[in-house]
Design a protein around this ligand. Structure first.
Ligand code: HEC
Ligand code: HEC
Ligand code: HEC
Ligand code: HEC
Length: 306
């Protein structure tokens, strides 16, 4: 009897030991398959091809000895940890101008000089999930129920407005145009921005800071993100918010992007001094409730667009 029990125990131990070894093996394998590691190895290979050892042996050897590691930037100010650079290795490297994404040099190196990656990270401008280390997880494409997807290309300037109020000074043409449309179309008849305008609709002064969960996505076909909500709402307020007094304006796609970028830029965040750009002496943000003659933009009683 004793002997049989001992035998059973031995078998059990063996099974357990085997399971542990197998589990370790699987973990090590999937670890080795991580996408970011492949991009880093690819970066290393390509970088080594672009240089010769003779010119700078120490640097060459350092690159040759490079081991894959998570790269990250922590920004206390907006409580983010961005790991995007773990894949986007060439972002600040001019040698990678012709490389494929994600190794490619950033299209606006001058912009990154003004907003250094180690101080700003990426998500303050691009959105997305900074902590993620997979393509899917970083939210390049919308993920269901992740309310902070990457900012679509056409709306990138909305982020500049978080910090910059002088849109002209930084050449943010979409924000300039968006604000102008806002004036021409009398949006201030119903909305307030910085205490200017009416109170029929919601105050838009901090529209950028409004949580995406405040919006109803029932009537949306597209991705359920705040950015999509805003654009669809401008295309047809009635469809997205049934019963709203907001009418349908005849807007082309570019105008929708400008107007959406503008409202999505309206933030009341108090940023630390180091993230607050200096403005030209005497700069005053243009009033938004001025009466500017409206171009022929409205459709009769909210009818369908062309
Ligand atoms: C696992 C690797 C990986 C991580 C992590 C990653 N990316 Fe990417 N990214 C890619 C690849 C691969 C592409 C190119 C494929 C493509 O264009 O969709 C890409 C493309 C992009 C583009 C080009 C536009 C687009 O969507 O096609 C942007 C912008 C971008 N990434 C931003 C980011 C930001 C911001 C983060 C961090 C939140 C991030 N990426 C994290 C791999 C990654
Ligand atoms: C100061 C704001 C800012 C920061 C910080 C920033 N970007 Fe960008 N990025 C932009 C703008 C603006 C564009 C141009 C989008 C467009 O084409 O309209 C852009 C474009 C890109 C593109 C090319 C998109 C495309 O479709 O061609 C990639 C990739 C990218 N950024 C990755 C990154 C990564 C990775 C980081 C962090 C290491 C980063 N960016 C940091 C503002 C920023
Ligand atoms: C988190 C805040 C923040 C965001 C977001 C941001 N910026 Fe800036 N930006 C700054 C600060 C702070 C400076 C001043 C840096 C300095 O003093 O050199 C600056 C400087 C600049 C400058 C140089 C201005 C000058 O007078 O030298 C330009 C151009 C600029 N930003 C454009 C942009 C654009 C375009 C975007 C959007 C894609 C953007 N910024 C997003 C904070 C921000
Ligand atoms: C006749 C009054 C009226 C006019 C004019 C009007 N809106 Fe609205 N707007 C509303 C009301 C009411 C709501 C809330 C119901 C809804 O979602 O449509 C709203 C909602 C919004 C929202 C979503 C706000 C939030 O926090 O949910 C935005 C953004 C917006 N309007 C922008 C604009 C812009 C830009 C214009 C000018 C093109 C405009 N509105 C013109 C009445 C108006």
């Amino acid at each position: 009897m004793e002997k049989a029990a001992l035998q059973k125990l031995t078998v059990l131990c063996l099974i357990c030991a085997f399971a542990v070894v197998a589990l370790l093996g699987v973990t090590a394998f999937s670890d080795g398959k991580r996408e970011w590691k492949d991009y880093q190895l690819q970066y290393k290979d390509e970088l080594l091809k672009k240089m010769t050892r003779e010119r700078n042996p120490a640097y060459y050897d350092r690159i040759a000895g490079m081991q894959p590691e998570i790269k990250q930037v922590t920004v206390d100010e907006w409580k983010t940890v961005d790991r995007c650079m773990s894949c986007h290795m060439g972002t600040e490297d001019p040698l990678f101008a012709d490389a494929a994404s994600p190794l490619k040099t950033h299209p606006y190196p001058e912009l990154l000089k003004k907003h250094p990656v180690e101080k700003y990270g990426c998500t303050i401008c691009h959105g997305g999930q900074g902590l993620a280390t997979t393509y899917h997880g970083a939210s390049h494409k919308t993920i269901a129920n992740w309310p902070f997807p990457m900012v679509p290309k056409g709306l990138m300037q909305s982020r500049c407005g978080y910090c910059h109020k002088d849109f002209e000074a930084i050449g943010a043409d979409k924000l300039v145009k968006g604000r102008q449309l806002y004036q021409e179309m009398h949006c201030s008849g119903c909305h307030q921005i910085d205490n200017q305008g009416g109170a029929v609709g919601p105050d838009l002064s901090n529209f950028a800071d409004k949580d995406p969960s405040n919006f109803s996505y029932d009537k949306l076909d597209g991705n359920h993100s705040k950015q999509v909500w805003v654009m669809e709402h401008f295309k047809s307020p009635q469809k997205v918010s049934p019963g709203t007094p907001m009418r349908t304006y005849a807007l082309n796609n570019e105008q929708i992007e400008c107007l959406s970028s503008y409202v999505l830029s309206l933030s009341q965040r108090n940023l630390q001094r180091q993230y607050t750009p200096a403005v030209k002496a005497g700069f005053v943000a243009p009033k938004v409730d001025v009466t500017v003659p409206e171009a022929d933009l409205s459709l009769e009683d909210g009818g369908e667009e062309e």
